[in-house]
Design a protein around this ligand. Structure first.
Ligand code: RIB
Ligand code: CA
Length: 313
C-alpha cells in the first residue's frame, strides 16, 4: 500500500473530531502530525482536544503546539456551537502526553522528510499554515497540496459572505490562497450537498453501538440531533463540514471542483472573511484554487458506515 504522508491542521471541534476519526480509519493515510489552532473554542481547549484525540484513537503521530490567536485581528470563537469544552459536552480527560514541538517547525520537518509528497488538510483557521509559510517560505515546493475546509463561493455562516475558518483569520487565509501551493477549497456551499438528515444521524448513533468510538461518537451525534431538532424548519440538515472535506481528501470521487481565482477580503467592514470566487474572471487573474462545487451525499454516508465498521473490529 502506498502511504500518503499527511498533516491534519484542526480546531477540534465536534466536526473536526469525526473527521479525525475518519482519517484514522484509512490506513493509506500516514498521519504525521495533528496541528491544533484556535478557532471553534479557545486554543487551550482545541489543543487539549487534539492531544486527547491522539490518545483516544491511538494515533502514532506528533501533536504540535500551534497558534493561539489570529495573525492580526482579535481572537473570537464559535461559542456554544461545539458544546462545553468543544466536544459536544463530552468530559475530556487530561491528556497524558504533551506537545512534540511548534506547529511551524513540525510542518517544515515533515515537508522535508516527505520530499514533496506531504499533503496538508486544514479544518480550522489557516493561521498555523500562514505562520509556517512566512517562517519557512522555502518549503512551499515541498507541499504537494493543501485541502481546506474554508470559505464559500456563495453564502457565509458568520456574515452574509464569510465562512467561520476564514472569518477568524482572513489574512492567514489569503496568505495560503496566494502561496502558489495547489489548494482545494471545500467551502460551505460545496459541502452542503452532502448534508445528512436527523434520521441519518440516528442511524449512525445506532450503528456506533459496540464500536471502540461509541461513547465520543454518540455524544457528538446526539449533540447534533438536539441542535437540528431545535433548529427552524429549513435547517434540519446536518452538514459535517470537516468530515465531508476529509472524505474528499480521501477520494476525489466525493466531489467535483472548478478552478477559479480566489482572493480573501481582509479589509471589508461588512465583508471581511469573504472568499471572493471570481467565476467569470472579471479581474483577469490566474485561477489559483480548485473550488468544490458539488459533493456526493450517498458516498459520504457509505464512508461513515465503513468508518464505523473499521472501529467495530
Ligand atoms: O464553518 C465551518 C468550519 O468552522 C468547520 O471547520 C467548523 O469546525 C469550524 O471550524
Ligand atoms: Ca473545524
Amino acid at each position: 500500500m502506498i502511504k500518503r504522508p499527511i498533516i491534519i491542521d484542526t480546531d477540534p471541534g465536534v466536526d473536526d473530531t469525526i473527521r479525525i476519526m475518519l482519517a484514522n480509519s484509512h490506513p493509506e493515510l500516514d498521519i504525521r502530525a495533528i496541528t491544533p489552532v484556535t478557532g471553534n473554542v479557545q486554543y487551550a481547549l482545541t489543543s487539549r482536544n487534539a492531544l486527547f484525540l491522539r490518545e483516544y484513537l491511538g494515533i502514532d503521530c506528533k501533536v504540535a503546539d500551534g497558534s493561539n490567536t489570529p495573525l492580526f485581528i482579535e481572537n473570537k470563537d464559535a461559542g456554544d456551537i461545539h458544546g462545553t469544552g468543544g466536544m459536544g459536552g463530552y468530559a475530556v480527560p487530561v491528556p497524558k502526553r504533551d506537545f512534540d514541538g511548534y506547529a511551524w517547525d513540525i510542518i517544515k520537518d515533515e515537508a522535508e522528510k516527505a520530499n514533496g509528497e506531504l499533503e496538508i488538510i486544514t479544518l480550522g483557521p489557516l493561521t498555523n499554515i500562514a505562520v509556517t509559510l512566512l517562517r519557512y517560505p522555502e518549503i512551499k515546493p515541498l507541499i504537494k497540496r493543501i485541502v481546506c475546509m474554508a470559505g464559500s463561493a456563495t453564502i457565509g455562516n458568520m456574515n452574509p459572505y464569510a465562512e467561520f475558518n476564514v472569518w477568524i483569520d482572513p489574512e492567514a487565509a489569503d496568505i495560503v490562497f496566494t502561496s502558489g501551493i495547489p489548494v482545494v477549497m471545500c467551502g460551505l456551499d460545496g459541502n452542503d450537498y452532502a448534508g445528512i438528515t436527523i434520521p441519518d444521524l440516528l442511524h449512525y448513533i445506532e450503528k456506533a453501538k459496540g464500536t471502540s468510538v461509541e461513547d465520543l461518537f454518540t455524544h457528538i451525534f446526539t449533540h447534533w440531533v438536539h441542535r437540528r431538532e431545535a433548529a427552524h424548519a429549513e435547517d434540519k440538515i446536518q452538514v459535517i463540514n470537516d468530515a465531508i472535506t476529509m472524505a474528499y481528501f480521501i477520494t476525489s470521487d466525493m466531489g467535483k471542483t472548478e478552478k477559479y481565482n480566489v482572493r480573501v477580503e481582509t479589509k471589508g467592514e461588512l465583508t471581511a472573511g469573504w472568499t471572493i470566487v471570481d467565476r467569470y474572471n472579471r479581474n483577469k487573474q490566474e485561477p489559483n484554487i480548485e473550488v468544490l462545487t458539488w459533493s456526493d451525499r450517498e458516498l459520504f454516508k457509505k464512508m461513515l458506515d465503513d468508518m464505523l465498521d473499521y472501529y467495530r473490529k
